[in-house]
Design a protein around this ligand. Structure first.
Ligand code: MIG
Length: 778
């Protein structure tokens, strides 16, 4: 009787579970098998698969049925065989790599990750591990005491995300609030920081995902979920935050060197037209001796907003216009939107229609949405052939000389902002819908743009910029943080967006300096410019019908300040370019939240200080609003100098700092090595040929990895670069330039050393040779 009752309720339960009204747990362990590359576990209600990508990267896949195809837009690395032979006991399965121990409790299945020393780093929640609710899949994790959460890409809020929840669903949010979520970019990767250990989790599922870092479950656990698809995450270990980022970018790829000109100052607005106005703006930069490298054409350069066309009157001779700009040292970036105007007389439309490259309704009709050009169809960037087609269309821009491509509206955005979920995508041969493909739409558009323009530019580096993105975007594009507002809070919040993107593998990022919506006060503009000068992507941009926002329109004093600030950016170019190279090699960002180097210092998470960051290896930037003239800054343990000064400041405490409007608090770490050049008006202009190395006295040994290449081709991938280690020996007070590696000839023929807090002030110019040089600083 009793047994029968159980059997019946059992059957009943299975039925209710299957209809998704209540959740379903993965259940107990049934059996397992190990092959060369993976461990497959059968559970009562699920299949669990473990695989390894290095000793420090373990992938966990959990599916209700035997796993779907193995496919990822984000991951470029192949699985390997880093697992030792699994050990089975009555209650557990134990799997190890050289650096991670994974314990799988059998009843029910719960996964725990330990480090080499046997410390528990991350574990499933005891009550709830992986479960489903209909198609929705969740993973609950144990929340450790004091655990912090970093990253998750372009997310507003504070550095430590604990106590907050976030959604990934790429969204066009014009003039977003400083606590808005979601924004344009989805990177389902975060870093957990325990009292001693750190780890990363990359949940590679492009559906709408939620991350709840102990926000709403009484601090008992934290969880992440997706509305559909697999529980598919990578547990990434590493001895510190930097190593976790290195491992994550080993998995999802790193950027290539962007063109050097794209590290210069970029001038944008919606929109400069006609061509004579573009030339006038460029000329004004040169007249006023304010350095700049780039000018943008926003949507008005096109003919009726048709992508890949030129406006017949306003830009009747694009090549002549661009040639003129090039003579002045300017590069041109044009905007492209994904929406292709429905217009039988527009060849890009008829061609794509004929080739059937547009995303579709379930009945096969092309989806139509309205954007700037009017009614549009949208290329299916989840198809390789459509991507290739898109890439080829750029010839109408590259032939006249455009070198940068700004991918906008690729969330994708349409008027109404609500594309039906059932719109279909090819999804690389495995048909799917907007639910799975929205978050990777901008990623794939940027990829098509990068690959296509790279092909068209005969070996020169295109610059690609995007608004929407998914994990791995760093391989193809820089990211800007969308339609912000001209307010102090946006300026400061924007710094944290950049830092968070940096923690998530994307180095080349920045906000609209000065603010997109509304107009900045002169002080806000100058302060923002100053922060922008210490941000990887440095672009001034503002919306249509807003007041002019070029650096010279805020009055004489502010123009002088703007010039001084932009000059600093150009002086620092040899330092900044080297920091980009570091990013290309290791994935470490250029703007590095203090959580990278000072992870366990709790003061850096204090909301007054959590926007501070290292710019490159040695400079600390302390952002401050436009109204404050004296501020408190937190300097981590160690010794520091205010940038450009010789006064040493003891760290490990809060200090007061003057911050006149043209003087952002920027510090250099003791032992810091900062390479600079003479002031130039654009990156390709010849400097005086002197490389100036600033050394800030300290007692230890510090190393700077100095790097140069031609700044415009991919020849550096064939060894044509100039790399040398510069070491400051703080004990013997010597500067050692190692022998040059690579076959590129330096832009500089002389070297000068400027000393900070030494007995000497400087070591006068000498010839820069490629052999080892030892410079005595005493
Ligand atoms: O509907 O191209 O974020 O930078 O200036 C607005 C016009 C479309 C949004 C971008 C902004 C750009 C603007 N675009």
């Amino acid at each position: 009787m009793r047994l029968k009752f159980f059997l019946l309720t059992g059957l009943f339960m299975t039925l209710t579970l299957a209809n998704g009204k209540v959740s379903q747990q993965l259940g107990n362990f049934v059996s397992f098998s190990q092959s060369k590359n993976k461990i497959e576990i059968k559970a009562e209600n699920a299949f669990v698969e473990l695989s390894s990508y290095s000793d420090e990267i373990v992938r966990v896949r959990v599916n209700k049925t035997s796993p779907e195809r193995n496919f990822s837009y984000a991951v470029t690395k192949e699985a390997g065989s880093f697992f030792n032979k699994a050990e089975e006991t009555n209650s557990k399965l134990i799997v190890t790599t050289a650096s991670v121990k994974i314990e799988i409790d059998k009843n029910p299945i719960r996964i725990s990750f330990y480090d080499k020393e046997g410390n528990l780093v991350n574990a499933d929640d005891k009550d709830f591990g992986v479960s489903w609710l209909g198609t929705e899949v969740s993973c609950f994790k144990k929340l450790n005491e004091g655990e912090r959460f970093l990253g998750l890409g372009e997310k507003t809020g504070h550095l430590d995300r604990r106590g907050n929840a976030y959604t990934n669903w790429n969204t066009d949010d014009y003039g977003y609030e400083t606590d808005a979520d979601p924004l344009y970019v989805s990177i389902p990767f975060f870093i957990g920081v325990n009292n001693k250990s750190v780890y990363g989790i990359f949940f590679d599922n492009s559906h709408k995902t939620v991350f709840d870092f102990g926000a709403s479950t009484d601090g008992e656990n934290y969880w992440f979920s997706a509305v559909d698809g697999e529980m598919n995450y990578y547990f990434i270990s590493g001895k510190n935050v930097g190593k976790v980022i290195e491992n994550y970018t080993d998995l999802t790829g790193r950027m290539k060197m962007p063109p050097m000109w794209s590290l210069g100052f970029q001038q944008c607005r919606w929109s400069y037209y006609p061509d004579t106005e573009v030339i006038r703006v460029a000329e004004t930069f040169r007249e006023k001796k304010i350095p700049a490298d780039v000018i943008y054409l926003d949507i008005n350069y096109m003919d009726g907003y048709r992508i890949f066309t030129w406006h017949p009157e306003h830009f009747s001779t694009p090549k002549e216009t661009i040639d003129k700009l090039k003579e002045m040292g300017f590069h041109v970036v044009t905007i492209v939107d994904p929406g292709i105007k429905i217009d039988e007389k527009y060849p890009q439309f008829t061609d794509a229609l004929e080739k059937d490259y547009f995303v579709k309704y379930p009945n096969g009709k092309n989806y139509t949405g309205t954007v700037w050009p009017g009614r549009c169809h949208f290329p299916d960037f989840t198809r390789n052939d459509a991507r290739t087609w898109w890439g080829k269309q750029f010839h109408t821009l590259t032939v006249p000389g455009v070198e940068g491509f700004w991918n906008d509206m690729n969330e994708p955005a349409v008027w109404g902002q609500n594309i039906p979920n059932f719109v279909e995508f090819d999804n690389e041969g495995s048909k799917s819908t907007l639910r799975e493909c929205r978050n990777v739409y901008g990623f794939n558009m940027s990829r098509a743009t990068f690959e296509g323009t790279k092909e068209l530019m005969n070996g020169e580096r295109p610059f690609v910029l995007t608004r929407a993105a998914y994990a791995g975007i760093q391989r193809y594009s820089a990211v800007w943080t969308g339609d912000n507002v001209s307010e102090d809070d946006h300026m400061l919040g924007g710094v944290r967006l950049v830092n968070s993107l940096g923690l998530s593998g994307v180095s080349f990022t920045g906000p609209d300096v000065g603010g997109f919506k509304e107009a900045p006060t002169p002080d806000l503009f100058v302060r923002w410019l100053n922060i922008g000068a210490f941000t990887p992507f440095f672009r001034n941009h503002t919306e249509i019908n807003s007041p002019q926002q070029e650096p010279w329109i805020f009055g004489d004093a502010h123009t002088v300040a703007a010039r001084k600030i932009i000059n600093t950016r150009y002086r620092l170019m040899p330092y900044i370019y080297s920091a980009f190279r570091e990013s290309v090699e290791s994935g470490l960002p250029v703007s590095r939240s203090l959580a990278i180097d000072y992870t366990f210092d709790k003061m850096i998470y204090d909301h007054r200080y959590d926007s501070e960051y290292m710019f490159g290896e040695f400079m600390l930037v302390a952002p401050v609003d436009s109204k404050t003239r004296i501020t408190k800054v937190y300097l981590p343990k160690g010794e520091w100098y205010r940038y450009g000064s010789d006064e040493k400041i003891e760290g490990g405490k809060e200090v007061y700092a003057d911050c006149e409007i043209d003087n952002l608090p920027v510090y250099v770490k003791a032992g810091g090595i900062i390479t600079e050049q003479s002031e130039v008006q654009y990156t390709e202009q010849k400097s005086d040929g002197v490389l100036t190395i600033h050394v800030y006295n300290g007692s230890g040994n510090t190393v700077f990895k100095y790097y140069e290449d031609d700044g415009k081709t991919y020849e550096y991938e064939n060894g044509i670069y100039y790399k040398r280690k510069i070491t400051f020996d703080g004990k013997d007070k010597k500067l050692i330039l190692d022998e040059v590696e690579g076959s590129f000839e330096s832009r500089f023929n002389k070297v000068k050393v400027v000393l900070h807090n030494f007995n000497n002030k400087e070591i006068s110019e000498q010839k820069l040779t490629s052999d080892k040089m030892v410079i005595d600083l005493k």
